[in-house]
Design a protein around this ligand. Structure first.
Ligand code: SF4
Length: 237
């Protein structure tokens, strides 16, 4: 028995010594597991429900819903408030100017939209003037009624993906997820919890485009996130 145990320990030691970085989940995504295909199928079914959804008025105004993008096994989930002009056209969250900045922020800590999961509080584009969907600068935050109607889709995404960490982008997503009235300026960078999942609020990339001074705070939050995921951060975005 003792000899068998010693052999097992030697085997495990050899396994650990010969493993490489990619096996240590440093990229924010869990290793694919037997349930991955099932999760992907259930997310696809949920996306079809969103495609057919008219539970609030945004459903009849949108061009395309922006359901979510990324890995069903993501260790980190980023949540924004809602699709804008470009997202409405392309049917994917964070694909406009702010989305390109988010891609750079992710890359600076070794992540990408393929390895994390990105979603919004509401799936359809809230517009100031729904009669003019071609107009630029027509975005607005979702109303409490629209958030209430859409919220269950996000909860189902979270329940399926079960991320280790949620990062909320901006004040609307942070207020909705935490049920708080605290301003994003006050609570960004502070670890909170949502249903036993660690949650880190930070600024929305669109806020960084308006005020580049905020970049240093987001960089500090991303280093913090990277540390939590267990690897050193790279260069400043
Ligand atoms: S915003 Fe959400 S609840 Fe409203 S129509 Fe779109 S998917 Fe349905």
């Amino acid at each position: 028995m003792r000899r068998e145990l010693a052999a097992l320990v030697r085997q495990l030691r050899r396994r650990v010594e010969s493993s490489d970085e990619s096996e240590w989940n440093l990229h924010g995504a869990a290793a694919p597991c037997a349930g991955s295909a099932d999760k992907a199928a259930r997310l696809a079914a949920l996306a079809r429900q969103v495609n057919a959804c008219r539970q609030c008025s945004l459903g009849s105004q949108r061009l395309n819903p922006a359901f979510g993008v990324g890995s069903p096994d993501a260790g980190v989930m980023f949540i924004g408030e809602g699709p804008g002009y470009q997202e409405d056209r392309q049917g994917e969250p964070f694909v406009g100017k702010a989305g390109r900045l988010l891609d750079k922020i992710l890359a600076s800590i070794g992540l990408s939209r393929r390895t994390v999961y990105i979603a919004n509080i509401v799936k359809c584009h809230p517009m100031k003037d729904p009669g003019n969907p071609q107009a630029r600068g027509n975005d607005r935050p979702p109303s409490p009624e629209e958030i209430a109607a859409c919220r269950h889709f996000l909860d189902e995404q979270i329940d399926l993906i079960l991320p280790q960490i949620i990062v909320t982008l901006g004040s609307v997503a942070t207020r909705v997820m935490l049920g708080t009235e605290e301003s994003i300026t006050r609570i960004r960078g502070q670890w909170r919890t949502y249903k036993n999942i660690r949650l880190l609020p930070t600024f929305h990339p669109a806020a960084l485009l308006r005020n580049p001074e905020l970049k240093k705070d987001v960089w500090s939050d991303m280093k913090n996130l990277r540390k939590e995921l267990g690897a050193p951060a790279g260069g400043n975005p």
